[in-house]
Design a protein around this ligand. Structure first.
Ligand code: ZN
Ligand code: ZN
Length: 359
């Protein structure tokens, strides 16, 4: 944690801030070890405070051992946080805050309480998490392995005749059985025409023979997420659907091949995957980005899309997940979570990508 705090302090230095209030739960966990919510950190050159209410005092003492606990007692935790900041930093200090995660009401309360100046640090603190260390990579490998195993167990039980929502619940039960904390995000299980919605919500729709089924899921292990999508054939699919599957697979392999230290999320990875889909005539049916970073949050930096892309560096973890969505017919998406290395990418999800015909 000391190295993480040091890097956070370097950001303060860089921005000329006296301190920063950190309220984004994944950042709070990353910097302090504390796993609860409704909690804020204040970090300056020489203090590290954790400000939370009575529900979390004991947990904060246990988990955020290097932090001094500020016991918030009022109805407005921001008031307690600002008071603590003023005591340690001086009332007139420049204070950074995370505009992306503070609500407008919270900002107004902060504005009212803090006499000094405020500055939105954007995602600067969150970006401290973008390069994973060896221990984080280890946990993410386990999250990937658990996800692979759960998906295999669920699909083994068949798809035809089951409701989408039942398959989604089955995945969650497998994660529990395998010792994960839970799922990284609510699973998508979308059959037939429903699969054309990239972020479909699983429902009572019964999976029929001949349909493609998109399953997008991930386990959460020790706070860290995994993210995989496979598209299965519930019974033998029509030749056109097989062709679409082959195009998406070729695109995904091209995207994966472009992942390496120094590559660009937009210019290299997204471009490589998109070029395959465009060449096959499905360019307009691939409307989302090719991937995103994964870590304590399931969607985080770096971006790998047409509209948002970042340079990749060794130690980042991201997804590669092109798709083709044909309204009224089907969707196909194939996604892996990948560790960026000096020479390429190491897949953290290893489930087979050959089109599996499942009964
Ligand atoms: Zn996914
Ligand atoms: Zn994803």
């Amino acid at each position: 944690m000391n190295d993480r705090l040091a890097r956070c302090r370097a950001v303060l230095d860089d921005l000329g801030l006296g301190g920063v209030v950190v309220g984004e739960p994944a950042d709070v966990r990353y910097l302090s070890g504390f796993r609860g919510d409704d909690t804020m950190l204040i970090i300056s050159a020489d203090v590290a405070l954790i400000c939370t209410d009575a529900r979390f005092w004991e947990q904060a003492r246990e988990e955020a051992a290097g932090f001094e606990l500020v016991e918030a007692v009022g109805a407005d935790p921001i008031a307690d946080t600002v008071a603590a900041a003023a005591k340690h930093l001086g009332a007139d200090a420049w204070l950074g805050f995370q505009g992306a995660s503070l609500s407008y009401q919270e900002y107004r309360r902060l504005r009212r309480r803090h006499r000094g100046r405020l500055r939105d640090v954007g995602r600067r603190v969150s970006r401290l998490r973008v390069i994973k260390d060896a221990a984080e990579i280890d946990v993410m490998r386990r999250a990937g392995a658990v996800t692979d195993e759960a998906l295999a167990a669920v699909v083994e039980r068949g798809l035809v005749g089951r409701r989408e929502a039942d398959v989604a619940w089955d995945l969650l039960a497998e994660y529990h059985r395998l010792g994960a904390e839970g799922e990284a995000f609510p699973a998508i299980v979308a059959a037939g025409a429903h699969g054309a919605q990239a972020h479909a919500i699983p429902g009572s729709r019964v999976i029929a023979a001949g349909e493609l089924v998109v399953i997008d899921t991930g386990a959460r292990v020790d706070g860290y997420c995994s993210d995989i999508t496979r598209t299965f054939a519930a019974g033998e699919p029509a030749p056109e659907l097989r062709r679409v599957y082959d195009v998406v697979l070729a695109a995904q392999l091209a995207g994966l091949a472009a992942v390496r230290d120094g590559a660009h999320g937009r210019g290299d990875v997204d471009a490589a995957a998109r070029a395959v889909i465009e060449a096959a005539g499905y360019g307009e049916r691939f409307a989302h980005g090719t991937g995103h970073g994964v870590g304590l949050d399931v969607h985080e930096a770096p971006g790998l899309g047409r509209t948002r892309g970042d340079p990749l560096a060794a130690g980042m973890v991201c997804t590669v997940e092109p798709g083709i969505y044909i309204e009224g017919l089907a969707g196909v998406r194939i996604e892996d979570t990948v560790l960026v290395t000096a020479t390429g990418g190491e897949r953290l999800t290893a489930f087979s990508k050959e089109l599996q015909v499942v009964g």
